[in-house]
Design a protein around this ligand. Structure first.
Ligand SMILES: *[C@@H]1O[C@H](CO)[C@@H](O)[C@H](O)[C@H]1NC(C)=O
Ligand SMILES: *[C@@H]1O[C@H](CO)[C@@H](O)[C@H](O)[C@H]1NC(C)=O
Ligand SMILES: *[C@@H]1O[C@H](CO)[C@@H](O)[C@H](O)[C@H]1NC(C)=O
Ligand SMILES: *[C@@H]1O[C@H](CO)[C@@H](O)[C@H](O)[C@H]1NC(C)=O
Ligand SMILES: *[C@@H]1O[C@H](CO)[C@@H](O)[C@H](O)[C@H]1NC(C)=O
Length: 398
């Protein structure tokens, strides 16, 4: 990818100002750390599926692949030479819970290229709107909100890329049982697994294909957790064995302590905060698990975010949308108003119809999902160690 753009979720200055006294980084990341109930990696019961394994729900599949084929997306450019599919996979029929996916196949060598599942973070952010339409998907939405152009950095040139809106309540994914929107890492991994088993029934040609999971930001939790669940279930399932070869996580949120220290180091080494603020953080803040966050630490963190001011948190060299104009282009060439175009496009009824999506108000990130998240393990490093020991490829990049 050309740009170092990524999302935890979008932060707003208003949030920092109105939430003074709270941890500013938590506000920036919108992670509700106070809600954390599970201290470490995926809980023991889930980590040891062992005898408790029961087959996951498998729904009907006949005719669904054909029904999911996108004939063409409104406004798509000429020369679109690959197949696209999108639709819902039910993961819990009794609750009426269904996850939305978008598959962009490769123009060349689709039948031999690997399958890559892509996940955005949040928790609560849409993999389709952010991942596919702003980052690595085949298209970008133009400033008119209605036409698309080719993304020359599209990953589907080398892989068949499956974007999953996860969990239910994110993007076009939904549940008919509203209490499902209060969810967590563990349920998200389980639903994503059930999704994959069902999706592979719908697209059986991918059952034995090399499979990778990639994602960014809070998907630094989702990706390793899902990979771990797949490897565990592969050992004992009488359902499909998923041919997982590796994972890749970029700008990933994997460990609270390194995230905190890393962000302030980054601010300091990019001339966003002064030596004094940096030293204040080093001296007063202990970001280890269980450490008490002192007032002095919070104060220096607030100073750091005040110094950052209106520099765009996710790509410091890109201007804000509000101050962007053709005369001040961003260094990366990325248009920081892209999010608005995507929002406009994905809320157009004819677009939703062509995607086989429910007619809903589509949001880039769900505040409800984010603010009700039940568990935020302090670190997923033990899960990553487990995956490395298993022999699959693990790539962590930024
Ligand atoms: C949710 O409810 C609607 C309306 O009853 C129904 O059409 C739909 O199939 C349900 N969704 C799922 C995933 O069961
Ligand atoms: C398609 O596969 C062939 C055979 O492996 C390879 O030589 C070629 O470079 C591939 N083309 C693309 C566009 O990936
Ligand atoms: C898998 O095992 C369960 C019992 O553990 C059984 O109910 C189910 O029918 C089996 N499925 C297949 C496809 O054999
Ligand atoms: C930071 O807090 C942890 C957990 O309470 C503690 O073990 C550690 O010694 C503290 N580090 C420093 C430098 O005080
Ligand atoms: C595009 O959509 C955004 C967000 O919905 C909206 O604010 C903007 O006015 C739209 N632009 C055009 C040209 O319609």
């Amino acid at each position: 990818m050309k740009i170092a753009f990524h999302l935890f979720v979008h932060c707003s200055l208003l949030v920092f100002v109105s939430c003074y006294g709270y941890d500013p980084l938590e506000n920036a990341l919108k992670i509700q750390r106070s809600k954390r109930t599970i201290p470490n990696h995926v809980t023991k019961e889930d980590a040891t599926v062992g005898n408790s394994y029961t087959p996951v729900y498998v729904g009907p599949k006949d005719g669904l692949k054909e029904a999911d084929k996108i004939s063409e997306l409104p406004g798509q450019p000429a020369g679109t030479d690959f197949d696209q599919y999108s639709g819902y996979v039910t993961v819990d029929p009794s609750h009426g819970r269904a996850l939305f996916y978008y598959l962009a196949e490769s123009p060349v060598n689709s039948s031999t290229n690997p399958l890559v599942l892509w996940l955005n973070g949040g928790p609560g952010c849409s993999s389709f709107g952010n991942g596919a339409m702003m980052e690595l998907g085949p298209f970008r939405v133009n400033a008119d909100n209605t036409t698309l152009s080719h993304n020359k950095y599209a990953w589907n040139k080398v892989a068949n890329v499956l974007f999953l809106e996860s969990p239910a309540g994110v993007g076009y994914s939904y549940s008919n049982t509203s209490s499902d929107y209060i969810t967590d890492d563990v349920q998200t991994a389980k639903d994503s697994y059930t999704f994959l088993i069902n999706w592979l029934e719908r697209f059986p040609e991918y059952k034995t294909r090399d499979f990778y999971i990639a994602g960014e930001s809070y998907a630094g939790h989702y990706v390793p957790q899902l990979a771990q669940l797949i490897l565990q279930n592969n050992k004992i399932t009488n359902q499909t064995v998923i041919n997982l070869k590796g994972i890749a996580i970029g700008n990933a949120y994997v460990d609270d302590e390194t995230t905190y220290t890393g962000i302030y180091d980054y601010f300091w080494t990019h001339a966003i905060i002064s030596d004094e603020i940096h030293e204040g953080i080093i001296f007063h803040c202990n970001f280890s698990e269980g450490a008490t966050r002192t007032d002095a630490c919070n104060d220096y963190q607030n100073q750091a975010f005040a110094a950052k001011s209106n520099i765009y948190f996710y790509d410091i060299y890109t201007p804000l949308c509000s101050s962007f104009s053709k005369s001040t282009p961003s260094i990366s060439g990325f248009d920081p108003c892209t999010e608005n175009y995507v929002h406009g496009y994905l809320n157009t009824p004819v677009v939703q119809l062509s995607l086989h999506a429910k007619p809903v108000q589509w949001e880039s990130c769900s505040d409800f999902i984010n603010s009700h998240w039940k568990d935020i393990p302090f670190t997923v490093l033990p899960v990553i160690q487990d995956l490395m020991a298993s022999g699959i490829s693990v790539w962590i990049y930024r």
